[in-house]
Design a protein around this ligand. Structure first.
Ligand code: HEC
Length: 112
């Protein structure tokens, strides 16, 4: 094999190692993010704002989540999210318990 041939093989080898390293690195970071990132604000906007108002401060039909967040404990709010409130608030809109707990904490932390 000529010197140049060896050079090319070497370059391809190095590129291969570098790429596989990068591929597994980015796969790891991606999975990590998927596990961690529960966006409570987004969940509230998607699941609660339609009734409780875009600003969460209540509508004609549903009370302000700011006020409820000041009065109720996170545990109570988790229960409410899971079970709903008869007859007008459906339970089980959010099913993942980590998401439920993140949303409950988010609401108790809303400032007036
Ligand atoms: C379909 C409309 C609707 C949706 C969607 C909805 N709610 Fe409600 N929610 C209501 C209504 C209506 C009430 C008032 C019920 C009552 O007091 O009779 C209520 C009450 C509440 C209360 C207070 C209950 C109490 O005992 O004082 C909390 C807390 C609450 N909702 C949180 C949420 C959260 C968090 C979400 C999103 C995961 C959500 N709601 C989604 C309609 C809705």
């Amino acid at each position: 094999m000529s010197l140049r041939g060896i050079g090319i093989v070497l370059v391809l080898f190095v590129l291969g190692v570098a790429f596989s390293g990068f591929a597994s690195y980015s796969a790891d970071t991606f999975q990590h993010k998927e596990e961690k990132a529960i966006d409570a604000e987004k969940l509230v906007m998607q699941n609660c704002a339609s009734c409780h108002g875009k600003d969460l401060k209540g509508t004609e039909t549903a009370p302000s989540l700011y006020e409820k967040g000041q009065k109720l404990s996170a545990e109570t709010i988790q229960q409410i999210i899971a079970d709903g409130v008869a007859p007008n608030m459906p339970g089980g809109i959010i099913k993942d318990h980590k998401e439920i707990s993140a949303v409950a904490n988010y609401i108790t932390n809303l400032e007036k």
